[in-house]
Write a protein that binds this ligand. Sequence first.
Ligand code: ADP
Length: 177
Amino acid sequence: MTRAVGEAVLELVEGNIVDEVTDAIVNAANRGLRGGGGVDGAIHSAGGPAIMAECRRIGGCETGDAVITTGGALKARHVIHTVGPVYSGSPRDAELLASCYRRSIEVADANGLASVAFPSISTGAYGYPLDEAAEVALRATVDAMRAHPSVRKVRFVLYGATAYQAYASALERLLPR
Ligand code: ADP
């Protein structure tokens, strides 16, 4: 599924983010940048030790913020590590989740990157309900793309059909054809 956002393009695909050929893929990291399971584990095992070496040097990242490292052995040149909220049911969850997408696109722009791929942040181990997360993620991403038009291409790489469907329905509501 594809939508134009000004001159830029927003795409949803089902797949594995480690296979993306793009300027940066985004990692759903933790505050210590210490690596974990889920998409974080997949990115570090495919990208090799150079990514963790930079993460150690950076030291950590606050919830809702983002930092950038090399892509190591990945096909992506960089990894942007952002830390999603652990879902608690409070209105703060959506603010922090939106901030992850906004800050990641700001970091991409600040580093001259034109293409970024996101996973569905916080919807695995961090327990954010998929439909709610999809709406927050897409709204924040579209807003950030409008503010940073030099980021020309943003793809959501959704892991499995359920995640893809949730994002496709949310995007249809947000930017109807
Ligand atoms: P969090 O701790 O932010 O919840 P997780 O990695 O547990 O992070 O899950 C975030 C999302 O990433 C989940 O929807 C999960 O299905 C998805 N995911 C897991 N592995 C991959 C992958 N290789 N590519 C893309 N998405 C993935």
